[in-house]
Design a protein. Structure first.
Length: 341
């Protein structure tokens, strides 16, 4: 899983002269927020409903993936909008991997704060395991900074805050909702009967999960300001302490991309449905785990084949990734509109 994220390194910010992706204009601003856990700052992107103005820019474009066109520093549309904290990606991931979802949600009436994790080449495999507890801390730190900022381009309803996570971002979202990882279960996730996703990478770099800091791994990241969560293909879902999941008090929607037969065991979220009190579970059966990535360019499949990487440009026969993204964004937006009244 983590090897393929290195292909996202060239994804970035480019000038653009074509219309925005969504029918309704989407604005974009950059925000630098203090992140105490990292002893520094992190730049996040803020996506919001806009009117006119701003500079068209292309976010997340790379040789492999299509980017999203938005209006940088556009005037925000009038309104008081719910805020969604968005974390997408594995332990090593590109900075704009969730741009397709952020853009769609902003066009549907949300302000979206998207985390920009460190570039994959800046952290070693040994350090990347720390992302498990750093990313939920990033989300809370970003929320604190946003609440203090009086110069935001869009008005935010501070009583309607949700969190959306994919993969390790899904692990982070579940942590903010109140779930705590069980160090013993986590340590066994790469045993022969375990469901760990990155076990081959851990083995090749000599990472011993039993040596990971247990106190940091299991500590609480509960953030009472977050009122709803949507969690898509979460990693380490089987390694949360059941007693912590039973105490979750906010609505949680769990989504897997694929069928029971095609789902990677390490991303399966169905087992959480009966433990979390107010949880709903859905399968998007014509999708796959690769549907969480941006839409590929025509040369994407060939690039991956040449690099010897996973076929993350392949979609289920008869489906288009853009249509899957549209439906998934509709599901997420409907959930937050219902759970953040």
């Amino acid at each position: 899983m983590r090897h393929l994220f290195t292909l996202l390194l060239s994804a970035g910010l480019l000038a653009a002269n074509t219309p925005a992706h969504a029918a309704d204009p989407v604005g974009l601003s950059f925000l630098s927020v203090p992140v105490p856990e990292r002893h520094g700052t992190m730049e996040i992107t803020l996506w919001y409903p806009a009117t006119t103005g701003g500079t068209p820019v292309l976010i997340g474009d790379s040789p492999l993936f299509k980017g999203e066109i938005v209006q940088r520093d556009a005037t925000a549309a009038a309104g008081n909008y719910p805020l969604v904290l968005l974390s997408h990606g594995g332990l090593k991931s590109g900075p704009f991997i969730g741009a397709w979802m952020a853009s769609r949600l902003a066009s549907k009436g949300f302000v979206v704060a998207m985390m920009r994790q460190p570039y994959p080449q800046t952290i070693t495999s040994e350090k990347s395991i720390h992302e498990i507890w750093l990313r939920p801390a990033d989300l809370s730190a970003a929320l604190t900074a946003i609440e203090k900022d009086r110069t935001l381009p869009a008005q935010i309803d501070r009583n309607r805050i949700g969190v959306l996570g994919f993969l390790i971002g899904g692990t982070s979202a579940l942590s903010l909702a109140g779930g705590n990882l069980d160090p013993e279960s986590f340590a066994r996730s790469c045993d022969p009967d375990g469901t760990g996703v990155d076990c081959a990478e851990f083995a090749s770099t000599g990472i011993d999960l039993r040596a990971v800091d247990r106190q940091k791994l299991s500590r609480s990241h509960l953030d009472a300001r977050v009122k709803a969560a949507v969690i898509i293909d979460p990693e380490f879902a089987a390694n949360f302490a059941p007693e912590s999941l039973k105490r979750i008090s906010i609505p949680v929607r769990l989504i897997n991309l694929g069928t029971p037969e095609t789902l990677w065991p390490g991303l399966r979220a169905s087992g959480l449905q009966d433990i979390i009190p107010n949880a709903r579970y859905d399968l998007l059966t014509d999708a796959s785990q690769y549907s969480a990535f941006s839409e590929c360019k025509p040369a994407g499949t060939a690039i991956l084949r040449e690099e010897g990487e996973e076929p993350l440009c392949d979609d289920t026969e008869g489906t288009r990734r853009s249509s899957i993204h549209d439906r998934l964004a509709e599901m997420v937006a409907a959930t937050f509109h219902a759970d953040l009244p």
